[in-house]
Design a protein around this ligand. Structure first.
Ligand code: NDP
Length: 337
């Protein structure tokens, strides 16, 4: 198959598009950014001027009817992903969508089914599985470097920059709160590490007042995976100075991922066994480059995206389970289908 340029439309004049995704798309030899859509025309125009993007719109219609656009990247508020992804798929565009794909697993599943019917590529932008640190951890796990895994602890607690203290904290209907923002990534990462799905989850959440209307800004959860593996996650918007990492413990050692739960490449991975402590060398690259590159390859008919639509459905399902457990005080059993 001849390799063809993939021309992108951006849906959402967002921070992540500006800070990371436009750069990752442009770095790819076949990636071009042709258009931006915002709900506000002046924001679309300001974004296109700043980033040098040819077309700016305040409606999806002209972008989706532009036959030169092959793919869209959706990074609007969480509640908008569903309708925008369905509209883009209906127009025959390939879709790279931000997490969470939707606010309900059934809705996320409907996006997967629509993409299958239309024969377009659908991917979820779960970045952690594309980071060198997490890829190195996965290699160690596959090699059996720590024997049988028995427990994992994830520290995914940070603080929001002032510029992002908006809908995430104040608009319940937009899919606000730390669970659909941060915990959703843990679900994907754990499934990536363990290649299986959790069986039950128990959680507690608090709304310390960082956000409005009781929107949760911290959550702690315990997950069980097949093989008697226990996982503990701490996700927060109100921890200013903690390290963001992961510990994986097994019968023959531990893996420590230090400062590896972020957007920027960095951090370190250490293997501790009876032989002592070993730093794992990492070839750091921009976190989002690999996801874009795998997506473009999938559009060219080569392989599948690193995080698929189905992966996105699972992470919505797991985030919902955490939210349900926190709301009810009950352990939530995870349906395996
Ligand atoms: P932003 O708050 O920066 O942008 C989200 C939306 O908010 C934009 O689409 C825009 O709407 C609107 N908006 C932006 N600036 C303004 C403003 N000044 N006034 C009013 N509205 C504004 O969100 P993020 O970039 O942080 O997140 C976007 C999506 O990406 C979310 O779904 C989030 O979960 C996801 N995300 C994923 C990450 C990952 O690593 N995979 C990391 C960070 C975020 P409009 O487009 O209509 O102009």
């Amino acid at each position: 198959m001849t390799e063809k340029v993939v021309s992108w439309g951006l849906i959402g004049a967002s921070t992540i598009a500006r800070e990371w995704m436009v750069g990752s798309i442009r770095k790819h030899p076949l990636g071009r950014v042709k258009a931006i859509v915002s709900s506000d025309l002046s924001r679309a125009q300001a974004f296109s001027d700043q980033m040098g993007i040819p077309d700016a719109y305040d409606s999806l219609v002209p972008m989706l009817s532009d036959r030169e656009i092959d793919a869209v990247y959706i990074s609007t508020k969480n509640d908008q992903h569903l309708s925008q992804a369905l509209a883009a798929i209906e127009a025959g565009k390939h879709v790279l969508c931000e997490k969470p794909l939707a606010l309900e697993p059934k809705e996320a599943q409907s996006i997967v089914e629509a993409a299958k019917r239309k024969g377009v590529v659908l991917a979820t932008n779960h970045h952690l599985r594309n980071m060198e640190s997490h890829l190195a951890i996965k290699r160690l796990l596959r090699e059996g470097a720590i024997g049988k895994v028995n427990s994992i602890r994830i520290f995914h607690a940070g603080s929001l920059p002032q510029s992002l203290k908006t809908w995430r904290l104040f608009e319940k209907s937009a899919g606000a709160g730390v669970i659909y923002d941060i915990t959703v990534h843990n679900g994907d990462l754990l499934r990536f590490y363990l290649e299986t799905n959790p069986t039950r989850i128990t959680a507690l959440a608090t709304a310390s007042g960082e956000g409005a209307n009781g929107i949760e800004d911290s959550v702690m959860s315990v997950w069980e995976f097949p093989g008697d593996i226990l996982v503990q996650c701490h996700d927060s918007f109100v921890v200013g100075y903690g390290p963001r990492g992961v510990e994986i413990h097994g019968s023959a050692g531990s893996i420590l991922g230090i400062d590896v739960m972020s957007q920027a490449p960095g951090g370190s991975v250490v293997l501790r066994t009876s032989d002592g402590e070993r730093d794992i060398p990492l070839e750091l690259r921009v976190t989002y480059d690999r996801g874009v590159s795998d997506f473009i390859a999938a559009v060219q008919g080569k392989g599948s995206p690193s995080s698929t639509g189905e992966d996105g459905v699972w992470s919505v399902k797991l985030a919902k389970a955490v939210a349900q457990s926190a709301a009810t005080g009950q352990t939530v059993l995870i349906e395996q289908v």
